[in-house]
Design a protein around this ligand. Structure first.
Ligand SMILES: [Zn+2]
Ligand SMILES: [Zn+2]
Length: 201
């Protein structure tokens, strides 16, 4: 895979800057799809669990995982576990088959030692760093053999607990006049209101 790959290009558009972590998530997502032998999720067919948290290096990983797997914030089929680790578990909802894809330590070390990270450590936003400094790391992540990037667990079967049925019913808040999903309606002084209006003093 190279910089002409359509998922890389779309990922870049979504993500906004060139960095090594978004492609790392892209490759992890693709490796997980391949290990499970499934297609990218058009709906909620797959669930992605990612072990990153917030405000630490390489959280951009999440955007690559979303792009590759189709598990997105909007569909609600991606979850952050908050361990500060660069690991993806992908689960096929239909069969319960699951695979864990862990980024190899050497790959993370390689990124950590790049010139790009030195700029990031000094507080330079990724979009302000000369692309020539990051492109070698990006090209390496895109082109390297999957086995050299990730430790891929054997596929396991896990028990899936069915999710909540999608709620299509809405109401109009009698205070602010905005629409909200019915499940989030609250009663305040005998009026049906939205949650923020219910919490207002
Ligand atoms: Zn990034
Ligand atoms: Zn309201």
């Amino acid at each position: 895979m190279d910089r002409n790959n359509e998922y890389f290009k779309a990922g870049l558009l979504l993500h906004g800057h060139k960095c090594p972590a978004m492609p790392m998530g892209l490759r992890a997502g693709m490796a997980a799809l391949e290990a499970l032998g499934v297609e990218r999720a058009a709906d909620g067919q797959l669930i992605a669990l990612i072990e990153i948290d917030s405000e630490h290096c390489a959280t951009c990983y999440a955007d690559g995982v979303m792009m590759a797997t189709g598990c997105t914030f909007g569909k609600g089929n991606i979850r952050k576990l908050g361990y500060g680790k660069f690991v993806l578990t992908l689960i096929d909802n239909k069969t319960g088959r699951s695979v864990r894809v862990a980024t190899r330590n050497e790959v993370i070390k390689r990124n950590q030692e790049s010139e790009f990270i030195q700029f990031r450590k000094n507080g330079v936003p990724a979009s302000k760093i000369d692309p020539a400094l990051v492109e070698p790391s990006v090209d390496y992540i895109l082109a390297e053999l999957t086995d050299n990037l990730f430790k891929i667990s054997p596929v396991e079967e896990i028990k899936i607990t069915p999710g909540r049925v999608h709620d299509f019913n809405t109401f109009i808040c009698s205070d602010c006049g905005e629409v909200a999903v019915e499940r989030y309606a609250r009663v305040k002084n005998g009026k049906v209101v939205c949650m923020p209006c219910a919490e207002k003093a």
